[in-house]
Design a protein around this ligand. Sequence first.
Ligand SMILES: NC(=O)c1ccc[n+]([C@@H]2O[C@H](COP(=O)([O-])OP(=O)(O)OC[C@H]3O[C@@H](n4cnc5c(N)ncnc54)[C@H](OP(=O)(O)O)[C@@H]3O)[C@@H](O)[C@H]2O)c1
Length: 375
Amino acid sequence: MEDAALNDTVNRTWRIARPIAGIPGRDDFALAPMPMPVPEDGQVLMRTIYISIAPGVRPMMPYASAAPDVAQGARREEIDDSNPNPSLIRVGDKMRSGIVPSDSPFAGGTVGQVIESRHPNYKPGDYIFGGRYWQDYEAVDGDASLKIDPAELPIEADLSLIGRSSFTGWVGWKFYCDGKPGETIVISAAAGNIGMLVVQLAKQAGLKVIGIASGADKCRFVTGELGADACIDRAQEDIGEALDRLAPEGVDIYFDNVGGKTRTAVYEKLRMFGRLIVCGMAAEYNGMESGVLTTGAILAKRLRIQGFVVLDNDGDYGDFRADMARMWREGKLVWRQHIFEGLESAPDALAACLSGRNTGGKILVRVSEDTSKTA
Ligand SMILES: NC(=O)c1ccc[n+]([C@@H]2O[C@H](COP(=O)([O-])OP(=O)(O)OC[C@H]3O[C@@H](n4cnc5c(N)ncnc54)[C@H](OP(=O)(O)O)[C@@H]3O)[C@@H](O)[C@H]2O)c1
């Protein structure tokens, strides 16, 4: 698919350069030229416009030392090399934006424009959601992609507003939190893609909402724009002390996006019949932090600990999309994106995502001109 070179200079791809210690940096990747892909029957050649940057890709990348507990994918390879996990990204592999390497049309992680089509549903000029890699051009399977209508929403919305991360927030809130008016919910990474949606859904449902984010600007976004009742700046405040002040009655629900020490601190404040909803462990993906929970409180406080994976809810995507479109039309949805410019900036964007050095909202890389906005 990629060996019939039309032009070796215009297409570039990021590859993993070495096993990575901690937060990935620029030297952990190598930007290399590659031949222009040639689409086969059923495929289209797309020009990448936006890449989604999400923390969940880190556990699939190689670790310089033993993989942390949260990196189940990496651990599986260590256990059985004859049956490697197809999700893993090894040294030398192309860096992926789509985390799930499946035939699902939701597995993509980039949005682009069709240059050449060998699939009946797409023609040159169409916009498409379906690329998987950090590169300029990609041949993608038309059946495992989605056509985008730029008149409906901005084309990058398939990675942000109605993308898989937002879908995760919606699923977690709707099916697992069991939030009731008057209850108190704490949401970590509250200014991030999933967090900013859950904050708004919980607030609309009448809960008292306390976000956690790093930095005064992101905290102002969480309270001032998303509508949370309070936001704890994890870079400045002790989370336990802040919760004693903000939720002296205790916490009913913790929507956990980060794991680590933050989870331990909020877990200790859960009240009777509290729920710990485990959505993600961004703080643990770099292998630099872990969180230990005591189990006695589970019985004494009748707690529920619930993990969930959005893949189990693919059938609910249509309802999610309709719900988001309704809220968007009614002006009930606040949204933010942090866009890094140029394919060269992709490693910096990932580092920002994994460390919290971002301005909040969905993190994207703009690889080439968004012609849907200039046409
Ligand atoms: N369950 C599922 O099916 C599913 C699906 C998709 C994603 N996820 C997970 O959901 C979580 C949120 O995803 P997202 O895309 O919305 O990411 P995100 O919030 O945009 O980015 C991750 C955020 O985590 C916070 N963070 C990073 N290191 C931290 C640390 N050491 N301690 C505390 N917080 C830290 C940072 O926010 P602040 O610096 O502002 O605190 C950072 O911006 C991730 O863990 C992701 O892997 C789960």
